[in-house]
Design a protein around this ligand. Structure first.
Ligand SMILES: C[S@@+](CC[C@H](N)C(=O)[O-])C[C@H]1O[C@@H](n2cnc3c(N)ncnc32)[C@H](O)[C@@H]1O
Length: 290
């Protein structure tokens, strides 16, 4: 094994478990994955090495990943954008209950793998996509920490580019060959989830309804149309202040009489956002959510 580069320092905790972490990382990572410092960013931290703007999230590290001390990777962006583990477990459990036959799931915007890892605990295969190569590395690595790496395939790319039609057909080039379907179906994935960026910690400061139609990089109407090329069942994690009239309009425009199920997710008694579910299987009015 190559010598660890400086960014792989693992004096990360006060419990003297660093040797265990090094041993586990040695098993988990190939030499190439040590190149992860190429982006110049430290991915395993102590409180001291954490960038100042992330320090306030340090005390929540076990809420993000209860296996944090086993060598979890996080980019600085991920400290405030990873889905806390309990919320990700809730989401995956709910989808599995609503769609007991689902096998093949896609997580666009996989980030550090918070959601991807929990989906992998319930479904046969989970695709993980992210535009940011370091985040995609974090997802793959963190999935290995949780022992679910074999259920996950990943792709680095910009969703807005990946979903463009090619010669009038839905592009499946980025999907593993064994999961591709015939050109005339949108049943390529049983379910697609996305927790898209919505401005990070600053977004709540406006105090107004959040404009989901014009959100970047995925305006809701266009996003739903893109996703419907690949699935009939969609789950999006959106700001708690998302404009409900816009959600109603997008639902009616894309699903006719179909419904949108909205679930406000609380973490530590604080509402972190809403889960908006679209598609017949996910919006059955007879299903009640505890
Ligand atoms: C809120 S984070 C997702 C957090 C993730 N669910 C988790 O638990 O770690 C949003 C992610 O979307 C990715 N992203 C932003 N624009 C994208 C695009 N155009 N295509 C794909 N991924 C994108 C970002 O790199 C970031 O990792």
């Amino acid at each position: 094994m190559r010598a660890r580069p400086p960014s792989m320092r693992v004096n990360c905790c006060k419990r003297n478990c660093c040797k265990k972490i090094v041993a586990r990382l040695s098993r988990l990572m190939s030499d190439e994955e040590y190149e992860i410092e190429a982006g110049g960013e430290l991915l395993m931290h102590s409180y001291e090495t954490l960038p100042d703007n992330c320090k306030k999230y340090w005390k929540k590290r076990y809420q993000l990943f209860h296996k944090f001390d086993e060598g979890i990777y996080m980019t600085s962006e991920l400290w405030y954008s990873v889905t806390p583990e309990l919320m990700a477990i809730f989401t995956a459990t709910l989808i599995a209950e609503l769609m007991p036959d689902a096998r093949n799931v896609l997580d666009i915007c996989c980030g550090g793998g918070g959601n991807t890892i929990q989906f992998a605990n319930f479904f046969e295969t989970v695709g993980a996509i992210d535009i940011n190569a370091l985040n995609e590395q974090c997802t793959r690595h963190n999935a290995a920490v949780y022992g679910v790496e074999e259920k996950i395939w990943s792709h680095i790319g910009d969703w807005n580019e990946m979903c463009k039609l090619v010669n009038g057909k839905v592009c499946q080039d980025w999907i593993p060959e064994n999961l591709r379907k015939s050109a005339d179906t949108n049943h390529i994935f049983d379910f697609i989830f996305a927790s898209p960026p919505w401005g990070g910690p600053a977004y709540t400061k406006t105090g107004e309804d959040f404009d989901v139609i014009n959100m970047e990089p995925f305006g809701l109407d266009r996003f739903i149309k893109q996703l419907l090329q690949y699935t009939e069942n969609i789950g999006l994690f959106l700001p708690k202040s998302s404009n409900l009239d816009q959600l109603r309009q997008v639902t009616s425009d894309n699903f006719g009489d179909g419904l949108c199920r909205i679930i406000y997710l609380y973490h530590d008694d604080y509402c972190s956002g809403m889960l908006a579910l679209f598609g017949t299987a996910l919006t059955d009015p007879n299903f009640t959510c505890d």
